[in-house]
Write a protein that binds this ligand. Structure first.
Ligand SMILES: C[S@@+](CC[C@H](N)C(=O)[O-])C[C@H]1O[C@@H](n2cnc3c(N)ncnc32)[C@H](O)[C@@H]1O
Length: 278
């Protein structure tokens, strides 16, 4: 591998660039006989990093969002950014784009949109403030734009060279490899209840989804990424500190009592009872 990337070559929300150094250090306890499965591949930064440490290892990158499409579009994205640079060459940096400059920028985006695929996420970092991303033309025409145009070209040469691409639900991928001894799972799910609009799926990660991911950690080699915002670690600590993880109602007897509050409001009261020495 000729080039080491310390961040994704294209903007990607949730990429693990702050972990690259620690991740590399922690990888040292493995070797290139291991298979690394990047279950939530995102920008591929973790897969790339494994390849820089173990160039001969098998690394499977789950490109659930079709990041490859954005990588393949780099040439046309660079061309567009160069045209934006030209339109805004005398415009003050970081300032709100107004008047004729705004019209010219939007005309350029409209024309480009009609002629093919657009990497809106990458363009966002040239026209919106950081952490603000658009995913379609409307997100630009209906929004304030700022001159944050990138000054250099994007480049992703050799970025995911030698990495195996797949695109499927993480559970299906996990099932394919879970029985192997020499496998390491890279587990970086979307954050709980946060905006996932820039990812290639419509879903919202609920607590249930987040908890389901924990099953892939049981008796496996893994790297798991989370945030204290999700409180998942706190929850796991709590579970391990209580004496039983079973449903406290599992062996109890349930009694339902139907109540009629008014002619159109019915509800059920429930009593569970459980005797230790039956
Ligand atoms: C936090 S990001 C991963 C970031 C990545 N580690 C990086 O450094 O760029 C989580 C990713 O999981 C993807 N994802 C969402 N649902 C998924 C599913 N059911 N199976 C696999 N990936 C999924 C999201 O689209 C997103 O790309």
């Amino acid at each position: 591998m000729s080039k080491n990337y310390t961040q994704s070559p294209l903007p990607f929300q949730g990429q693990k660039r702050r972990f690259v150094k620690h991740f590399k250090t922690s990888l040292k306890c493995y070797n290139d006989k291991y298979i690394f499965i990047d279950l939530f591949g995102g920008s591929g930064l973790l897969s790339h990093t494994v390849k820089t440490v173990f160039p001969n290892a098998k690394v499977v990158y789950n490109d659930f969002d079709n990041f490859k499409q954005r990588l393949n579009a780099i040439e046309s994205t660079n061309k567009l950014v160069a045209e934006l640079r030209e339109i805004l060459k005398d415009y003050p940096c970081d300032k709100r784009i107004t008047g004729k400059h705004r019209d010219d920028v939007l005309n350029l985006l409209k024309q480009a949109d009609e002629s093919g695929y657009m990497d809106w996420i990458t363009l966002s970092s040239s026209l919106k403030f950081s952490m603000n991303y658009g995913t379609c033309l409307k997100d630009f025409t209906n929004d304030t734009l700022y001159n944050k145009v990138r000054l250099s070209d994007y480049n992703a040469d050799d970025y995911l060279q030698g990495v195996e691409f797949v695109r499927k639900d993480y559970k299906a991928l996990f099932n394919e490899y879970k029985e192997l001894d020499n496998v390491v799972f890279l587990v970086d799910p979307p954050y709980l209840s946060t905006d996932s609009s820039t990812y290639g799926f419509d879903g919202y990660w609920r607590l249930q989804d987040y908890l389901d991911v924990l099953f892939v950690l049981v008796n496996q080699n893994y790297f798991y990424f989370t945030s204290d915002k999700s409180q998942i670690v706190e929850l796991c600590d709590w579970i391990s500190n209580v004496s039983t993880t079973a449903n406290p109602f599992a062996d109890a007897t349930r009694v339902n009592v139907s109540e009629t509050a008014s002619h159109n409001a019915k509800y059920t009261d429930i009593m569970y009872h459980y005797k230790k020495d039956k």
